[in-house]
Each structure stands twice: as structure tokens, then as C-alpha cells.
Design a protein around this ligand. Structure first.
Ligand code: XMP
Length: 319
């Protein structure tokens, strides 16, 4: 892509000018944006960059391994992998209010990141994969009363507390452009084409209180659902698809026995920027086959429902 090649050259030059001989820390989330930002910055300044991946225990199946492998082995980018899942899940114990979850995760994330940054001797610059829509959504332009729908945990917070200058090479880009840039930088397709994943992770896909048991059920159900979508050739037609574990058990029947297990909600939407979205109109046969597979393959689930709400009035995530 011609335009992206030019963008890449220009962005690299800008990063070099801004950073000079300084040190940069980049937080990886497992998502496309931070990965693309990190690879671009590494290309510009090499080992002046250190990446920190805070694993909060709220990631999808095999996600941490994939990220660590990609950065350490494919790109040779210095990466600190912090397994902070015990800390996060401990502090989240009994927390069921969505905003409280987000705030707890945001605060811990900053604490852990801050501690890691100190361990590696600090840095003058903090790199973030902030996109254009993030810039807009965090600003209130009406002058009227602004309403916080959700406290996003990826913007703000960190830089102010850490007294670091920001490096945000993707600030002018939309999601689809970041993907083109990622391909330009040689990131594997399976990574570049990945659906967006929120900073607070599975915490906001597990309404009510969060336990390791529930997270494991959710991870497994989600993996089966995504596998179904990929096999049907639908993955790239959908902006975002994921499973939600409802805090509700219902009665079912299996063989000649009664079951009493959790309900899984399935969500899939089309969108161009995440600001508005339509639910994806799967065939009933696809939904039926997916429900059967989830119930057969995931212990702890005996009912599956599909979410047919668009945004607005719904949001894409359930919390
Ligand atoms: P909602 O649920 O608000 O989500 O319709 C819109 C898009 O934003 C993602 N999302 C987040 N991403 N930190 C993130 O990095 C967050 O706190 C967060 N909350 C929602 C969501 O997955 C969807 O793509």
C-alpha cells in the first residue's frame, strides 16, 4: 500500500526526532493497536524501546503465550511479561459493579506498570497505541454536560502519574488503517486481522462478580464460538464477536438427568469505528450448531442465547 509506506517512513522519522537518544516504554495489551505502535517504534529506535505486557488474568484462551511469542521470537523486541493475574483477580473479588471493575483494573494496571518501569530503570517516554477515535471519544466537544458511558482504561492516567512524555504514532489513524500499517510492518495476518479487545478484558464480559472458574468457562466458550465463526468464513465480515458469561444458572436436561448450569450470551456486530454497530444476522443453523458445540464442549454451560441489540441503544460490550 503506497500511502501506508509513506506514512510509515514519516512516522519513523517523527519518532526519531521526538525521542532522540531517550528511552521508551510501551505497554502491550494483546491488541492490534499497541502491537503496531511497538513494532513501528522498534523500527525507528531499536533497543531504546522496552515493551511491558501486564497480564491481568483476563485475557482470552492462549492470548498471553501468543503475544510473548510474537514479540520475543518473531521480532526480537525486548519484552517484560508480568503475570499479575493473582493480584488483579484478588482485588476484583466480590466486585460486580461495571464502573468499579473498570476503575479497579485501571488503577492496578497503572501500579503494576509503574513498578515495572522503575525496575527497568525508568524512561522519559511512554508509547501508546492511541487511535483517532480514542482521541475523540475522550473529549467532550458539546460544552454541555458530558456523560461518561464507560471509563476507558487505555487513555489517560498513566502519563500524568508517571511524568512521562507521550509517543503516540497512531493518533491520526482509524482502525482499518492501523491494520494496513500492521501488514506493511509484516505482522502476521492472524494478529493484524484480530477483532478489537477491550483493555479491561474478560472482566467486562462476565457480568456480576468474577471468579477463576467463571473466566475459564468464558474463555472456553469464546474459543469455540470464534472457531465456529472462522470455519464458516465469517471472521473478517464481523467487527467484533465474543461470548459473555451470564451470572445466571438455568435448568436443562442432559441424558435422563437434570442440569443446572450457566447461560452463555453470544455477541457479534458489524461496525466501522465501534461508535455505532449493528448486530450480525447469522443464519439460525449457524447459531444452532454453535450452541450445540458450546454446550457439548464446555463444562458448566447448558444454555446459549444470541444478542440481537444494535448500538445504540446497546453498547457493544455488555458492561
Ligand atoms: P462499547 O462497549 O462502548 O465499545 O460499545 C466500543 C468499542 O470499544 C471497546 N472498549 C474498550 N476498549 N478499553 C478499550 O481499550 C476499554 O475500557 C473499552 N471499553 C470498550 C469495545 O470492545 C468496542 O470495540
Amino acid at each position: 500500500d503506497w500511502t501506508m509506506r509513506a506514512f510509515r517512513e514519516e512516522a519513523i522519522e517523527k519518532i526519531r526526532v521526538q525521542v532522540g537518544k531517550g528511552r521508551v516504554i510501551c505497554g502491550l495489551s494483546g491488541g492490534v493497536d499497541s502491537a503496531v505502535a511497538a513494532v513501528l517504534i522498534h523500527e525507528a529506535i531499536g533497543d531504546q524501546l522496552t515493551c511491558v505486557f501486564v497480564d491481568h488474568g483476563l485475557l482470552r484462551l492462549n492470548e498471553a503465550e501468543t503475544v510473548v511469542d510474537l514479540f520475543r521470537h518473531h521480532y526480537n523486541i525486548p519484552l517484560v511479561h508480568v503475570d499479575a493475574s493473582k493480584l488483579f483477580l484478588g482485588e476484583l473479588k466480590g466486585v460486580s459493579d461495571p464502573e468499579q471493575k473498570r476503575k479497579t483494573i485501571g488503577r492496578l494496571f497503572i501500579d503494576v506498570f509503574d513498578a515495572e518501569a522503575k525496575k527497568i530503570g525508568g524512561a522519559e517516554f511512554l508509547a501508546q497505541g492511541t487511535l483517532y477515535p480514542d482521541v475523540i471519544e475522550s473529549v467532550s466537544f458539546t460544552g454541555g454536560p458530558s456523560v461518561t458511558i464507560k471509563s476507558h482504561h487505555n487513555v489517560g492516567g498513566l502519563p500524568a502519574r508517571m511524568n512521562m512524555k507521550l509517543v503516540e504514532p497512531l493518533r491520526e489513524l482509524f482502525k482499518d488503517e492501523v491494520r494496513v500499517l500492521g501488514r506493511e510492518l509484516g505482522l502476521p495476518e492472524i494478529f493484524v486481522g484480530r477483532h478489537p479487545f477491550p483493555g479491561p478484558g474478560l472482566a467486562i464480559r462476565c457480568p456480576g462478580d468474577i471468579t477463576k472458574e467463571k473466566l475459564d468457562i468464558l474463555r472456553n466458550a469464546d474459543a469455540v464460538y470464534i472457531d465456529q465463526i472462522r470455519k464458516a468464513g465469517l471472521y473478517d465480515k464481523i467487527w467484533q464477536a465474543f461470548a459473555v458469561l451470564l451470572p445466571v444458572k438455568t435448568v436443562g436436561v442432559m441424558g435422563d438427568g437434570r442440569t443446572y448450569e450457566y447461560v452463555v450470551g453470544l455477541r457479534a456486530v458489524t461496525s466501522t469505528d465501534g461508535m455505532t454497530a449493528d448486530f450480525y444476522p447469522f443464519d439460525m443453523s449457524f447459531l444452532g450448531a454453535t450452541a450445540t458445540r458450546i454446550i457439548n464442549e464446555v463444562k458448566g454451560v447448558n444454555r446459549v442465547v444470541y444478542d440481537v441489540t444494535s448500538k445504540p441503544p446497546g453498547t457493544i460490550e455488555w458492561e
